[in-house]
Design a protein around this ligand. Structure first.
Ligand code: APR
Length: 273
């Protein structure tokens, strides 16, 4: 039998660590396409390449400016939209719970930070679309992508001046998007790998929002929590492997709603208790 969400909300009010794990569905109501939905990034390709190929180091090594174009175009979309009511609520929740709150996001759009979540308690485990780093790893730093590098037309070519903006500010070699690609591994330095697993070992309640759980770290977090017998709630308007896991687990529950609609309600209940 599944726990009722209210029991879980009571529980988090008492004590313990709440970890929120978000995926692309979190930003869907802001107008950013998900990856695997009908109009998803992995479904609607570019003229020349299968979309998932764009998110690989091997493609970047062969045609770096094609990959840059794709990310700069996506970045434009992310920067034009606004955080939705779900993002805003998570910002409020952090302010209320402080160190009892941690956000692990697969989203590279930066909307959680724009909605008020702190950098300290937000792990961007797949990177950030507004940042770049040295493709030759001359340092471990990441840098903001210059704001004047705008990309509204997907297929246009780079000018020489624009190419000069996409270089490492320290050594002058080519910069790459600060994004975890499919043919790369998680690590602590850029993607908070160990910190995320350690949070999964400590948390008392996990809320998973809008993800199909296809990548390995989110899947390990979810199964780790189940192995420890801790509760987890999934928010997703549709069914997928993660919602299925929650339904089969005696301390799991699936709230079949859009996050922007249900999160304000959850927060209201938290504040009333
Ligand atoms: N509220 C909550 N969930 C929603 C909403 C919404 N309003 N709209 C859609 N969803 C759900 C979908 O039903 C789906 O289950 O969001 C989920 C999005 O799944 P994916 O498109 O697979 O995105 P995600 O799980 O974040 O992808 C994981 O894969 O390709 C990589 O690096 C990429 O970070 C990405 C990772």
């Amino acid at each position: 039998m599944s726990l009722k969400p209210e029991e879980l909300l009571n529980f988090i009010k008492e004590s313990g660590l709440l970890v929120i794990l978000t995926g692309a569905g979190m930003s869907a109501e802001s107008g950013i396409p998900t990856f695997r939905g009908e109009e998803g990034y992995w479904k609607v390709g570019s003229k020349h390449y299968h979309p998932q190929e764009m998110a690989t180091l091997s493609m970047f090594s062969r045609v770096p400016y094609e990959v840059w174009k794709w990310y700069l175009y996506r970045r434009e979309t992310c920067n034009q939209v606004q955080p939705n009511s779900g993002h805003i609520v998570l910002g409020e929740m952090e302010k209320k719970l402080k160190d009892r709150f941690l956000l692990i996001t697969q989203n590279v759009d930066g909307l959680h930070i724009r909605a008020g979540n702190s950098r300290k308690r937000t792990y961007e485990i797949h990177g950030n679309i507004n940042r770049m780093r040295c493709s030759e790893e001359c340092s471990r730093e990441t840098f903001p992508i210059p704001v004047n590098l705008q990309w509204k037309d997907k297929e246009r070519e780079f000018s020489r001046e624009e190419k000069n903006l996409l270089v490492c500010p320290l050594c002058g070699k080519m910069a790459r998007p600060h994004i975890l690609w499919f043919d790369e591994c998680y690590n602590e330095l850029y993607y908070k790998f160990e910190s995320s697993l350690s949070a999964a070992d400590k948390l008392d309640l996990l809320i998973v929002i809008g993800t199909t759980g296809t990548t390995t770290l989110p899947y390990r977090i979810i199964t780790g929590v189940m192995n420890r017998g801790k509760p987890f709630i999934v928010i997703d308007p549709y069914e997928n492997d993660v919602t299925e896991l929650a339904k089969q687990y005696n301390k799991g529950c699936h709230l079949q709603h859009k996050s922007g609609e249900i999160l304000p309600e959850i927060y209201k209940i938290m504040n009333e208790r």
